[in-house]
Design a protein around this ligand. Structure first.
Ligand code: CUA
Length: 158
C-alpha cells in the first residue's frame, strides 16, 4: 500500500507537469500566432457593417488623441469604402482598415502604409500627410478576378 501511494504522488506530479507544459505551449502559440504585426484588434468579419468604427467608413475628426483624424476603410471584393477621400495638408491620420471577405492589401503609394487586411482583424497605421497631392491606395494581395480594379484615392489639399 505504501508503494502504491508513492506511485500515485509521482503520477499526479507527472500529469501536473504535463498540464503546465501544455498550457505554456498553448498560450505561447496563441500569443505568437500568425497575426501580422500591425493587427492588434479582432473583429467579426461577418458583422463589419455593424461594428464600430466600420459602421461609418470615411474620415472623422477626433479630439484628445495623438492623431487628428481617423480614416476608416472597409475593403471587399473588389473595392474600398470610401473610394475617395480629401485630407487637409499636415493632418496626422490614423488609418483603420479591415476586410469583409477575403484577404486584401492596402498599399498607399508614396507613403509607408502597406498593410495586409485579413478577415477577422483590424489593421491600423498612423501617419502624417505633409505633402499635397494624390495618393493612390491599391490592393497588393491577389484577391480574385477584380483584384486589379481595387483602388482608392486620397487627395491631400492645402
Ligand atoms: Cu483585393 Cu487584391
Amino acid at each position: 500500500m505504501h508503494m502504491h501511494k508513492f506511485e500515485k504522488i509521482w503520477l499526479t506530479f507527472g500529469i501536473g507537469c504535463l498540464v503546465i507544459f501544455l498550457s505554456v505551449v498553448g498560450v505561447s502559440a496563441f500569443y505568437l500566432g500568425n497575426k501580422p504585426a500591425s493587427c492588434l484588434t479582432t473583429i467579426n468579419s461577418e458583422k463589419v457593417d455593424q461594428t464600430k468604427p466600420f459602421d461609418k467608413p470615411g474620415l472623422h475628426k477626433v479630439e484628445g488623441k495623438e492623431w487628428d483624424y481617423e480614416l476608416v476603410f472597409v475593403a471587399s471584393t473588389f473595392s474600398y469604402n470610401p473610394a475617395q477621400v480629401k485630407l487637409p495638408l499636415g493632418a496626422k491620420v490614423k488609418v483603420i482598415a479591415t476586410t469583409k471577405d477575403v484577404i486584401h492589401g492596402f498599399e498607399m503609394a508614396g507613403t509607408n502604409i502597406n498593410m495586409m487586411l485579413e478577415p477577422g482583424y483590424v489593421s491600423e497605421y498612423t501617419t502624417t500627410f505633409d505633402k499635397t497631392g494624390e495618393y493612390l491606395v491599391v490592393c497588393n494581395e491577389y484577391c480574385g478576378s477584380g483584384h486589379h480594379l481595387m483602388s482608392a484615392k486620397i487627395e491631400v489639399v492645402k
